[in-house]
Design a protein around this ligand. Structure first.
Ligand code: PLP
Length: 396
């Protein structure tokens, strides 16, 4: 049996999405900027896709721009705000649990002296406090960027409240909604910029979208022929864009039923994994993505866990040391207060609507076996003297 339980990394392309894309990968190869009928058809498909994405997000079609990825959309928001508001300042506020596409972008800008950074702490569930955000805003703050839902622990931020604080202080608010879009309802009333990526909701890889509130002007990352209203030059990836729009529409139209299905699988797995001794759910118990099951297992190395699961036909992931090529465990797990040695034993299982109860049972069995096997080999583990294990109840 093979079980794909890594939907936060990427999702399988939906059949209907491929069908919608297919004409634009074959006969409909026109360049949307040309003038003949073949090109006009491409342009029509592009604008219909923009309309669909806008409708799915509840915004105007003129507020949607297509990009090459979620990472690019995040870069556009950050560098765009700095470029547009040069005269106001260069102070940016973010949170300690952002995706690398935000954190590494900000770190590089800071290193080059192009921005000044405040990284807000999170509580043990990974939540940012609106009060803490309010206190961090300065007269020269140009942007607040806080993710809608976390890709490692699934915690959903109170974006409605956080964006309201930014709005009250006249500061632009961007949210990386890559894990959230198509998976949970979103409140973007006071959001000025938002990033999404097709491959996280059943669409193709290498295409993203960017919401920019009308009335806001930012400079592009890529200059050229002036595509996408001058915000993102480069001949449009029509097939990819059509795929993104179709996948988002499917996800949003079926949100309620998919959520029920996926949440039932997650609940089963969470309950069963909680029964493993010295295991702890990470992230918020309720305010979390329906498909994300994230745990730490004491005296287990996350990397071994993932490799062991692979041999049992389960594709999962861990924010452990080796996979990232460094000795530091995930910045997200450290930010929620886990000690290094416990953060090393992380496991992330992320489910999608095609997963079945039978698959969930297989995953639970495989995790239990692999955890036991890892512990049997661990110098940190001693079955006879359980009290001598490091014990983290106070932390979690
Ligand atoms: C996957 C992901 C990204 C990056 O999106 P790409 O399209 O793969 O570049 C950004 N933010 C979050 C939260 C993600 O999960």
């Amino acid at each position: 049996m093979f079980v794909y339980a890594d939907h936060a990394a990427t999702t399988p392309l939906k059949r209907e999405v491929l069908d919608a894309m297919m004409p634009y990968l074959t006969e409909q190869y026109g360049n949307a900027s040309s003038v003949y009928a073949l090109a006009r058809d491409a342009k029509k498909a592009l604008e219909a896709a923009r309309e669909d994405v806008a409708a799915a997000l509840g915004v105007d079609r003129r507020e949607i721009y297509f990009t090459g990825s979620g990472s690019e959309s995040n870069n556009l928001a950050i560098k765009g705000a700095l470029g547009a508001l040069e005269r106001k300042g260069k102070h940016i506020i973010t949170s300690a649990t952002e995706h690398h596409a935000v954190i590494h972008t900000l770190m590089r800008l800071q290193k080059c002296g192009l921005c000044e950074l405040t990284i807000l702490p999170v509580d043990k569930y990974g939540l940012v406090s609106p009060h803490v955000l309010r206190a961090a805003i300065k007269p020269d703050t140009v942007l607040v960027t806080i993710m809608t839902a976390n890709n490692e622990i699934g915690t959903i931020q109170p974006i409605g409240e956080l964006s309201k604080v930014a709005r009250e202080h006249n500061v632009w608010f961007h949210t990386d909604a890559v894990q959230a879009a198509g998976h949970i309802p979103m409140s973007i009333e006071n959001v000025d910029m938002l990033s999404i990526s097709a491959h996280k909701f059943g669409g193709p890889k290498g295409v993203g979208a960017f919401y920019l509130r009308s009335g806001i002007k930012i400079p592009p990352l890529v200059d050229g022929g002036g595509h996408e209203g001058g915000l993102r030059s480069g001949t449009e990836n029509i097939a990819g864009i059509v795929g993104l729009a179709k996948a988002l529409k499917l996800a949003v139209d079926n949100l309620a039923s998919n959520t029920l299905k996926v949440a039932a699988i997650s609940k089963l797995v969470t309950q069963r994994l909680s029964e493993i001794p010295y295991s702890h759910l990470t992230g918020h118990p309720d305010m979390r993505l329906p498909g994300t099951v994230s745990f730490v297992f004491e005296a287990v190395e996350g990397e071994s866990l993932v490799l062991g699961l692979d041999t049992r036909g389960v594709a999962a992931s861990s924010a452990s040391a080796c996979s990232s090529g460094t000795l530091d465990p995930s910045h997200v797990l450290l930010a929620i207060g886990l000690p290094h040695e416990i953060a090393h034993g992380s496991l992330r299982l992320t489910f999608g609507e095609e997963n079945t109860t039978k698959e969930a049972e297989h995953v639970v069995k495989a995790v239990s076996e692999v955890v036991a096997k890892c512990r049997a080999m661990s110098p940190l583990w001693d079955d006879d003297k359980p009290t001598e294990r490091f014990w983290s109840e106070s932390v979690l």
